[in-house]
Design a protein around this ligand. Structure first.
Ligand SMILES: *[C@@H]1O[C@H](CO)[C@@H](O)[C@H](O)[C@H]1NC(C)=O
Ligand SMILES: *[C@@H]1O[C@H](CO)[C@@H](O)[C@H](O)[C@H]1NC(C)=O
Length: 544
């Protein structure tokens, strides 16, 4: 519904329109119209005000083929400003469409905005979510599948079915109340439960035919906790991680940190009955568990037996699993190609950026920070301030590139980087909780992770050969994770904690990737339909 290619005249006219705006006209267009409303939902048995897209919770999936142009008109019927962001969609040359507060003005109540984007050079599993406040705790999220072109094989036979699994923690409390708790300096309460595709205990059923193999694309769309995913009596063959085709290792249980996406193949090769699909929280003081049902179409028995327990609750298990996830170098599919060399490990990095998370009290309130800086949004999206040269919104270089020893301060922090740099970023976690970091606009190489303090000697244990490229990585308690990243996408990009309370209370910043070329080959022009707000109000998005 609402999804069509350029066949009818109306679409043709729209195509021409968007062609003129700079989207890629050689590739098909897919149009979506989304109405965003409140609606009653009962995921944990009590009535809540959810955020629905076209009446659905979770929202509709986006299916696109790599390089398609995806045009999404979003109508905001909520009583609050709204924006959607696209977790893992790289928005090449186009941070104008990223849908976070630093790049876009929120869509005001009763208004609409049309995202015009191209899902270029990526194939894999991602999701979208509402980025304003704590709206993500009310729904408004959905899965994104980017398929390979027809006849271009992926490194496994076509599965008999392709299931989305959007899982994560859930609160019975209204999202605006949760936000208020954070605003006055409290922490979020412990989550009330976990959901699988918007449903609680045994509320969702995946139906399979005996003997056939299915793809499950699992994303952690939660707010505060890592999860573990497993299917009673079945093995899972890992095939994809956020656009990287992996070595096809087999797992009984898979840890999925906040904001991460994985694809596994599961063969219905057991006795014809129903089995538990289990999601449980990881590294939480109390383990939350929920289940869905894997239903064999010839099943003669409902789910039975104990719900299979999760893996040992220690970091070593999880770390060892993380290290086993590697690239399949012989598999087809788009491969990141930094500086024209497929050998990401052989390229010299131009500098090392170290990012340490912390939880300072600032002005008597709990905040979260990176390198001592706790991000506060400006009155104007940073991308627009940059484009229109509006002074006083942010300062370049206001984000330090190494940890400081001070106590923490508030700042609209922007890190200054140059197009085509090849950087090493070390996430250093001195806190006692698992962190999850996401970088918009990019896919990065996870070079290594380990306990303790990172030092240059840690590089000797990097995977220089076959690590995966992804957009979200975990950092274990009192540990580090190091990544390499080719800064090949000009724009203003959000780097954030995927723990939503931390993100909301300042554990994020923007990275400005800059070139002075002024060429549309490096960055698309400002879209004519750009919403203008704050000090950008009244500016022109069209040439005179
Ligand atoms: C969508 O927004 C544009 C301008 O922002 C406005 O002109 C148009 O009427 C809106 N459409 C609807 C159906 O609200
Ligand atoms: C890598 O991908 C190829 C298909 O291109 C597949 O045949 C092979 O089994 C995969 N290797 C591993 C170790 O997963």
């Amino acid at each position: 519904m609402g999804d069509c290619t350029c066949r009818v005249l109306r679409s043709l006219i729209l195509c021409l329109l968007f062609l003129l705006q700079g989207a890629n006209g050689d590739n098909p267009y897919r149009f979506f119209t989304w109405k965003v409303t409140y609606g009653d939902i009962y995921p944990l048995g009590v009535k809540q005000k959810g955020i629905l897209i076209n009446g659905q919770f979770p929202g509709p999936h986006i299916d696109a083929i790599t390089n398609d142009n995806v045009i999404i008109s979003v109508y905001n019927y909520l009583k609050e400003p709204f924006l959607i962001s696209w977790n893992g969609i790289q928005q090449r040359r186009n941070s104008w469409q990223d849908g976070v507060y630093g790049t876009n003005c929120p869509i005001l109540p009763g208004r609409n905005f049309t995202y015009v984007m191209q899902v270029k050079d990526q194939i894999g599993s991602y999701f979208y979510f509402p980025s304003v406040g704590l709206q993500k705790a009310a729904g408004g999220f959905g899965g994104i599948r980017i398929w390979s072109r027809p006849l271009i094989p992926v490194p496994f036979p076509p599965p008999a079915g392709d299931f989305m699994v959007l899982a994560g923690d859930w609160f019975k409390t209204d999202h605006n109340r949760l936000r208020l708790l954070l605003d006055v300096g409290h922490n979020l309460p412990f989550p009330d439960g976990l959901l699988i595709n918007g449903r609680g205990w045994n509320g969702y059923t995946f139906t399979v035919d005996p003997g056939k193999t299915y793809r499950f694309r699992i994303s952690n769309v939660g707010i505060t906790t890592s999860i573990n995913f497993r299917i009673q009596g079945h093995k899972m063959k890992l095939v994809e991680v956020e656009g990287s085709h992996t070595l096809q290792n087999t797992y009984d249980a898979l840890d999925i940190h906040l904001g991460q996406s994985y694809s596994v193949l599961v063969t219905a090769d057991q006795q014809p009955q129903d089995y538990y699909v289990v999601v449980s929280s990881r590294f939480t003081p109390r383990v939350l568990t929920t289940t869905a049902v894997l239903h064999y179409s010839n099943s003669r028995r409902g789910v039975s037996g104990p719900v299979p327990a999760g893996p040992p609750n220690h970091v070593a298990w999880s770390l060892s699993q993380a290290r086993s996830i590697r690239w399949n170098l012989t598999a087809s599919g788009p491969r990141p190609n930094p500086q024209g060399s497929y050998h990401y490990g052989m390229i010299k990095t131009s500098r090392t950026i170290m990012l340490a998370n912390s939880a300072p009290i600032i002005n008597g309130k709990q905040r979260y920070a990176v390198n001592g800086v706790s991000f506060v949004p400006a009155d104007t999206p940073l991308k627009l301030a940059d484009h229109f040269n509006i002074a006083g919104v942010f300062n370049l270089g206001s984000m330090p590139t190494s940890p400081n020893s001070g106590s923490g301060y508030l700042q609209t922090s922007v890190m200054s980087t140059n197009f085509r740099e090849y950087v090493e970023i070390v996430f250093q976690n001195w806190e006692n909780t698992v962190q999850s970091w996401h970088i918009d606009g990019y896919s990065f190489f996870v070079m290594g992770m380990d306990g303790g303090q990172w030092t240059p000697a840690s590089r000797s244990r990097y995977n220089l050969r076959d690590t995966v490229a992804r957009c979200t990585t975990q950092v274990y308690p009192k540990s580090w994770t190091a990544i390499y990243m080719a800064l090949d996408n000009v724009g203003m990009w959000n780097i954030r904690s995927e723990d939503w309370a931390r993100q909301y209370l300042g554990q994020q910043f923007y990275m400005r990737v800059y070139t002075n070329s002024n060429s549309y080959r490096d960055e698309l022009p400002i879209p004519k339909n750009t919403l203008l707000c704050g000090r950008a109000r009244g500016r022109r998005t069209r040439p005179l």
